[in-house]
Structures are given as structure tokens and as C-alpha cells.
Design a protein around this ligand. Sequence first.
Ligand code: ZN
Length: 265
Amino acid sequence: MHAEITDDQLLRYARHIILDEVGEEGQLKLLNSKVLVVGAGGLGSPILLYLAAAGVGTLGIVDFDTVDISNLQRQILHATNRVGAPKVDSAIEAIRAVNSEITICPHKGKLTAENAMELVRDYDLVTDGCDNFTTRYLINDVCHLAGVPLVAGALQRFEGQLSTFKSHKDGPCYRCLFPNPPPPATTASCETAGIFGSIAGVIGTVQATEVLKELLGLGESLSGSLLLYDGLNTTFRKIRVPPDPACPLCGSQPTITSVEVVPQS
Ligand code: ZN
């Protein structure tokens, strides 16, 4: 627990502290915040680097994968000399180089219905940069049931999307927006559909900004809105997304009441 800003922190976070909206009080809030980042890949890279640089005091990282040479086109946490290393270890090395004073909690392995609740409930906020629908629904359900805000991003080809979910309080959850996973033909992975690398930087950086805003209570929350970015046409669209009263998780008669019932593929 950081009770007050040290002289070193005054220098490191000077450009934050000078902002009226942040100040010493806001910086202390960040230093005392715990954020879980799911996926140390394309989205997780800018998210983790910016949250570490911003002084978010505790960062949890969940990833089961190892660094592959084909990741380096967009996953800027990782480096050529760390190909073959666990992504969590590679991420820690990159983060430590930026800010060695924060606490990093590595979670090497998959997020599953069995371990998700225990993991998530330790954090103030979860941010999802995973690459598959099974995990996306699981994180949504766990965050709703645990009462933890979720900032979730997704990428495909030249496009990205982003939203914040606080359905335990108000606003929709991910299932309200996407009641069913899209058919497999439309959900090609990065591997088969391709991804224009810098799109991950655009969405991941906005995602980090939304995480910091939620932690500080700044500006307008993205809860209740879906942000859509089209890289080819250079457009951002923000559409309102209301809660679905028939949602099986956050609707008036929920049928999903524990993590165990989340289907695993
Ligand atoms: Zn819902």
C-alpha cells in the first residue's frame, strides 16, 4: 500500500501529476490499483507497457503461450532473442525495463472455468486481449459474477473493437452485445485471417486509456458503448449498446449463475 508519493515517483510520474485530473491523489490511486491483463499478445503488449509506464501498482498477466517468430510483427512486448520463451516471462522482461517498481503477478497457463473466479476476484479491474470466443465469454461471466469491471478489445484484419462492461452495476455485458459466438466461418483467427500489426497498437492503446480512466474515475466510461475502428477507412464509430433484459447472465431472469456452467470448447 502506497500511502504517499515518494520523491522518485514525483519525478517518474511528473507528467501525470501535473494534470489536474490526475494529480498526486490520482497517481497514488494508480499505484494502489491491481489490474489483470488476459493475453500477452497483440493487445496485451501496448496495454501492459502503458499500464506499467503509468505506474499501475500490480499487474497480473495470464498467458499459456510461448513467443513465436510470427508474433513479432505486432506483439511489441516480445523480442527476437526471446523466441521460444514463455510470453509471460518475455513480457516481464519488457515491463521491468520500463518500470521496475511495480508488482507483477505471472499466471502461466490458460484461464479456465476452474481457476478464473479465484484469479479475477483479487483484482480491481480485468482487461481482455485474448484471441478466442470461449475465453471472451468466460471472462465476461466471471467479471459479472465477481463484480469486477472489464475492458475488452478484439481485432480482425484491419479492424478493431472495444468496450467496457460493468453489468454488475449497470450497462450491458458482452453477452448482451453478442448473445452467441459467430459461426466459425466468420471468426477466423489471426493465423488464418491475418492482422495488420499496428491495428493492435491502436486498439490496445485506447484500451489502456480506458483502463486508466476507469481506475481514476475520469471522463465518460465506455460502458454502454461499443467503439469500432476501421483502419482502411480511418474511421472510429461509437455506437450505443443497451443491456438486454433477456440476457442469460445479466438479464432479469439469469440462467448463468456460476462459472461452472460456462461451456468450454
Ligand atoms: Zn448481459
